[in-house]
Design a protein around this ligand. Sequence first.
Ligand code: PGA
Length: 249
Amino acid sequence: MRTPLIAGNWKMNGSAERVRAFGEAFARAEFAAAVDIAVIPPFPYLEAARSAFSATPLALGAQTLNPHPAGAHTGEVNAAMLVEFGVSYVLVGHSERRQHYGETDEGVYQRVCAALDAGLVPVLCVGEVLEERQAGATREVVLGQVAAVMQRLEPGQRERLVIAYEPVWAIGTGLTATPAEAQTTMGEIRAYLATLDRSLGDTLRLLYGGSMKASNAAELLAQPDIDGGLVGGASLQVDDFFAICQSAG
Ligand code: PGA
């Protein structure tokens, strides 16, 4: 049985006031079933979030990390710093970082390793762009991105990941993959994982991301291979995010 995970990726949005509002709203949170919830604010809010979320079920996530342990990397943040600030999850290879900040499969792998070494849970983000979908290359692209990391990890490491499938054309566009489209690709990811190790296919959590919102979350989460959501825009308003968490828990 995989416990659902709902992770709210604030991207470059947020404020001290938003952190406080989430802490207050989730302090009273009750869910009908087990659900893991993470909020992923920009780095400067991690410390305030750690304290505001201390009496809530909210875990903390970070949006990226630098794979190096320390040194001359102006503007970057390493895994040990995230751990020191109470972070549990870290996004790796989000499509915005792949597209606009030059993250390659190799860089994504290095970041996953750095996260694992520090005891963080990497949320490996994968997904095809529209042209790739239209060219019928979704499976090849997505499984390629998954394999670029999973194939190189040792047993004992790969069990500790979460994988987020985010069709790039559905991110921030209001276009959601239909539950059936998402399920098809996520079923393919799970089948690939099972070829590495049967139990990996059964246990690894797969999240859907791309315009998930309160009105479509339940239908997406009802798919057999969707174990949660990576939520961008709809994670910014506490009521919307709360409603999505309720669909999962
Ligand atoms: P969205 O973003 O929910 O705004 O589409 C999802 C993501 O980029 O993680």
